[in-house]
Every structure is written in C-alpha cells, then in structure tokens.
Design a protein around this ligand. Structure first.
Ligand code: PBG
Length: 327
C-alpha cells in the first residue's frame, strides 16, 4: 500500500493541521428570549439551559457571552396576551418593551451585532406570522405591518432585521421602507428557505406563539412556510431575496436541510446563515440528559456539520456552551 490515509490521522497535532472546517466565535449568533418585567430568568422546559430573560437580566447575560467571545445576538420577545391583537399593532407601538430593550442593549454594548425578528406571530392573537382573515393569511396587508415594525426596529437600534415571516415580497417592501426613512445602513437577514417544520416546538413554547386552536384558523404554517419535500423552491426564494436586496440569506432549520444549505452556498454569493432551530437542539439535549450521547462531543460535531455543509453563520442555542467549552 502506498496510500495510507491513516498516516494523516495519527496524532492530534497532524489532525489539527489538516482539519478543513473550524467553527469559531465569529461564526455564531446566539438567540435569546426576552420577557417583560424585571429580574426574571425562566427556564424553557422544552429547551433546557435556555431562558426567558427580563431586559435587566438579559443585559447581564449578554455581558457574560461577550466575555466568552460571542458578539452577535438575535432577540425574540414573548408578548403578553393583553398586547396581542389581530394586526400585531404592538409590534411598532412606542411603548413596546422589546424596542426599549433593544435601545438599552445597544446603548450598553454598541459594538455587538443585534438582530431582530420581523414577523407577526408573537404579537398576533391568531399565532400566525401574518394577518388572518376568514381562515386565510393575508400577504399584502401583512407587508404594511412588517414595514412599520421594521422602521420601529431600525429606530430602536437593531443592526440587522430578520424577517422570519415568509410573506411574498417582504424583503423588497422592507428595503424600500427602510431606505425611505433614512435607514439605508440597516441590513436585512432574510429567512430565505424557511420550512414548515415540526422542529420549532420549543421556540413556540418559549414565546407562547403557536397558532391558536380554532377550527376557523389554519393550525399549521404550510401556506407560507415551505414544504420540507422541496429543494428547487429554495432557489426561487433565494433569487427573489437577492433581487429584493437581502444582505444575508438563511436556511432554516439546519440539520435536516444540510442539502439545502449546500445548494444555496454553491449558487449564491450572499453570506449564508443556517438556523439550528430549537427542536434540533432540544433533541440533542434530551439524549445527552439521558446519557445516550456525550454533549461535549456531540454538540460541537453538530455545529461543525452545519458549517461544513456551507453555512457562513450559524444561529444556535448552543453558541454559549460552545464558547464555554475549553478547546
Ligand atoms: C416565527 C419564528 C419561528 C422561529 C423563529 N421565528 C417559529 C415559527 O415559524 O413558528 C423558530 C426558531 C426555533 O425553533 O428555534 N416567526
């Protein structure tokens, strides 16, 4: 044998020399859940190790994460029922605590990248990402709300807006609204290929944002999120996002969609984010809690796989633990 691939695996040092993919702090975005009030840190039962933070506690958490090397954060708000209505008007209300929190976060940590969530579901009584009327999710009427929400978020100081709603035409609509209001420097990270996935469960628990149980309202998001069976449709969405002015593209979820990540990476020049979603993280946490897998090995392997598939940026609930591990 003149070919012995094992020679390049014989020591840790050589393995490190030839290692093709590395995940670093610079690749990671840490999603955090915000809740109204003070001094609150509530664990999300279906996503152990993740919490709903009140603004004051979130500031401390972000400070801790910065010390570990993280510098990009995505914040999602839990909205109390009294602020919910059919059109999600609280999303751009002057008194919106999420917008106030963003201002505080950016004031205290001006150098971080703060990413928002643009969608109606946290604010909407129906639990959908758009306005629901007669059992249908209205597209163009929803754009008007998303536009207002985007301006309010830009004004609050978010660096990047993250439209996660999957309405048609929203990237172009939001881009135009931002530019018209003098926010041409605010970026858009589009949830480009977001699938109607079963793996968002813990997230919806965290925000109490699941579609409500009502026979007159669809109890899934299949009329706007994509069919998990479809790959070419991701190309249609990515073409539109690039045309409409997205600064980042995204594939979501990540692990069951590594082929889609690869496809978008090969065909587009925009930076590509992959959202390693709540249910994907919860599965691994559960298996590790039972002693069936070793978290310290399985967790970094998981993030590495997403990077290897082609993601430039990984949004993961494991970001903090990853940085906390000695490596
Ligand atoms: C809603 C939104 C969802 C997630 C991010 N934004 C849930 C959904 O579409 O129902 C899920 C993220 C996760 O599961 O971690 N706009």
């Amino acid at each position: 044998m003149n070919q012995r691939p094992r020679r390049n695996r014989k020591s840790n040092s050589i393995r490190r020399l030839i290692s093709e993919t590395r995940v670093t702090n610079d690749d990671l975005i840490y999603p955090l859940f915000l809740t109204e009030g003070t001094n609150i840190k509530e664990e999300i039962s279906s996503l152990p190790g993740n919490y709903r933070w009140s603004t004051d506690r979130m500031l401390k958490e972000i400070e801790e994460c910065i010390k570990l090397g993280l510098h990009s954060f995505m914040v999602f708000p839990k909205i109390s029922d009294q602020h919910k209505d059919k059109k999600g008007t609280y999303s751009y209300d002057d008194n919106n605590y999420y917008l106030k929190a963003a201002k505080q976060i950016k004031k205290e940590f001006p150098d971080i990248t703060l990413i928002s969530d643009v969608a109606l579901d946290p604010y909407n009584v129906d639990g959908h990402d758009g306005i629901v009327e007669n059992g249908r999710i209205l597209n163009d009427e929803t754009l008007e709300i998303l536009g207002k929400m985007s301006i309010a978020q830009a004004e609050a100081g978010f660096d990047i807006l993250g439209p996660s709603d999957m309405m048609d035409g929203r990237i172009g609509f939001i881009r135009e609204e931002l530019d018209d209001h003098g926010y041409e420097d605010i970026s858009i990270m589009s949830y480009t290929a977001k699938y109607a996935s079963a793996f968002y469960g813990p997230f919806r628990d965290a925000l109490d944002s699941a579609p409500v149980l009502d026979p007159s309202i669809p109890n899934d998001k299949k009329t706007y999120q994509m069919d998990p069976a479809n790959k070419r449709e991701a190309i249609i969405e990515a073409d539109l996002d690039v045309d409409e002015g997205a600064d980042f593209l995204m594939v979501k979820p990540a692990l069951n969609y590594l082929d889609v990540i690869h496809l978008i990476k090969e065909n587009y020049d925009r930076p590509l984010a992959a959202y390693h979603v709540s249910g994907e993280c919860a599965m691994l946490i559960a298996a590790c809690q039972r002693g069936w897998l070793d978290y310290n090995i399985a967790m970094p392997e998981t993030l590495l796989s997403i990077k290897r598939a082609g993601a430039d940026v990984i949004i993961s609930y494991f970001a903090k633990d990853f940085m906390g591990q000695a490596r």
